[in-house]
Design a protein around this ligand. Structure first.
Ligand code: DC
Length: 228
């Protein structure tokens, strides 16, 4: 079977990570969470007290960071340390959105993303996968949901993990991040013209997965090679 690239882009809280991983598992593809890479660089910057506007130092940091994944993206490592939980803190989410506006940081991470996916079939999720990282991806999906639904999902996720979440705060944090991700000059969050748009607001996880599988099968193999 030829190598297949599935690009899943969309705003925070649209359900990308969960469905992208499930899709990758089903298809037997590698799963790559590119947001985790921006988060890892942001975590390092926060720990090292680097000014988040210092483009030069942040680019150096991104270039020298060793970011890897284990267990199909469930564990994230930065320079050998397991940072899976640390990168999910709200302050890291905000910092990741900030460092991701820096062109040099993006260049460094996009290069790593292409290398990690070299020669293997992959489901890659982020903001610019179908537009910048793999503009020739076999399948492009733009996964969206209404802002209030995304905020609700994110609050639930934080509640399950940390036992608390202020929904007002979550919703304002998400709004700020969205605005920055959509309006930055370099590789903003946009729907690629050839991407399939899916609104997950009223769909269950199973339903989103089903739609995605159908799109992949239609676009890649006419339902033959990929039907596992
Ligand atoms: O997907 P996420 O919420 O974990 O991503 C964290 C931040 O990283 C997000 O606010 C924007 C940035 N990001 C990006 O600019 N490009 C990507 N391909 C993935 C994430």
């Amino acid at each position: 079977m030829k190598r297949v690239v599935v690009a899943i882009d969309g705003p925070a809280g649209a359900g990308k990570s969960t469905v992208a991983r499930r899709l990758a598992d089903k298809l037997g593809f590698l799963y790559l969470d590119t947001g985790a890479m921006y988060r890892a660089v942001a975590l390092w910057a926060l720990r090292a007290n680097i000014d988040l506007n210092d483009m030069h130092r942040l680019e150096q940091l991104a270039l020298s960071s060793d970011i890897s994944f284990k267990d199909q993206g469930r564990r994230v490592f930065l320079n050998g340390e397991d940072v899976t939980e640390a990168i999910r803190q709200p302050r890291v989410s905000a910092a990741a959105s900030q460092v991701s506006t820096i062109p040099g940081v993006r260049r460094a991470l996009v290069q790593k993303q292409r290398e990690m996916a070299e020669g293997v079939s992959v489901v890659m999720e982020g903001r610019d996968i179908g537009s910048v990282v793999f503009p020739a991806a076999d399948v492009k999906v733009f996964l969206d949901a209404a802002p209030e639904i995304r905020a609700e999902r994110r609050a639930k996720e934080l509640q399950q993990r940390d036992g608390m979440a202020n929904s007002e705060e979550v919703s304002s944090e998400l709004r700020q991040r969205d605005e920055r991700d959509r309006n930055r000059a370099e590789a903003p969050l946009v729907q690629a013209p050839d991407a399939v748009y899916i609104d997950s607001s009223k769909l269950s996880l199973d339903e989103v997965e089903e739609v995605l599988l159908r799109v992949v099968r239609e676009r890649v193999s006419n339902g033959r090679e990929l039907s596992r």
